[in-house]
Write a protein that binds this ligand. Structure first.
Ligand code: FMN
Length: 188
């Protein structure tokens, strides 16, 4: 079997009934056997980034916890909605906090993204903003296949939120297999 790779999964939605969170729950069944998926610590309680706060009271614990989890993982997978054609503010705020740490944890880290949205484009516009931020942070950005789960309500079971759409399962499976190979290559 190929070498084990650990992947930290960061969900960009804080909503209980989130389709993106539902997609993260579908991932273990779609991941290749060598990929171990880890749920990221929550960024929900992070205050809004403020350099004054950073200087006076230091980094809030959730920022340190998230950074430690990113550092410990071989790769990071974001699963997030698009808000107003961009990243959700809470997720961007979390990225902003960890990016100010000494030796920020995204440098040299393989990263990939998936998105579910109510709209037909499945979060495509947000993904390009995310790619810009990850480029600045010197992450190793996974390319294709891209995962855009548009019209998400039609892809999950109404009551259980189980992912039911076979083409989505197929492409997610392909992406995770390719991301595992990408990570293994970067580790060499
Ligand atoms: C503040 C806000 C902005 C949104 N902007 C977009 C958008 O730009 N594009 C889009 O496709 N959907 C947009 N939506 C709809 C989301 O795609 C939809 O609410 C989705 O279910 C959110 O993801 P979740 O189910 O994981 O929470 C927006 C929703 C909110 C709350």
């Amino acid at each position: 079997m190929a070498d084990q790779v650990s992947v930290l999964v960061i969900c960009g939605s804080l909503r209980k009934g989130s389709y993106n969170a539902a997609l993260t729950r579908a991932l273990p069944a779609l991941a290749p056997p060598e990929m171990k998926l880890i749920t990221a610590p929550s960024f929900a309680t992070l205050p809004l980034y403020n350099a004054d706060m950073q200087e006076t009271s230091g980094f809030p614990p959730p920022a340190n916890d998230l950074a430690a989890a990113i550092r410990a993982a071989d790769g990071v997978l974001f699963v997030t909605p698009e808000y107003n054609w961009s990243m959700p503010g809470g997720l961007k705020n979390a990225i902003d906090w960890v990016s100010r740490l000494k030796e920020q944890p995204f440098e040299g880290k393989p990263v990939a993204i998936q998105s579910c949205s109510a709209g037909p484009l499945g979060g495509a516009r947000m993904q390009y903003h995310w790619r810009m931020s990850m480029t600045f942070l010197k992450a190793y950005i996974f390319g294709t296949p891209e995962i855009f789960v548009g019209n998400s309500a039609s892809k999950f079971a109404k009551d259980t939120l189980e992912l039911t759409d076979q083409p989505t399962k197929d492409i997610v499976k392909q992406q995770l297999a390719a991301f595992a190979k990408f990570i293994a290559k970067m580790k060499r």
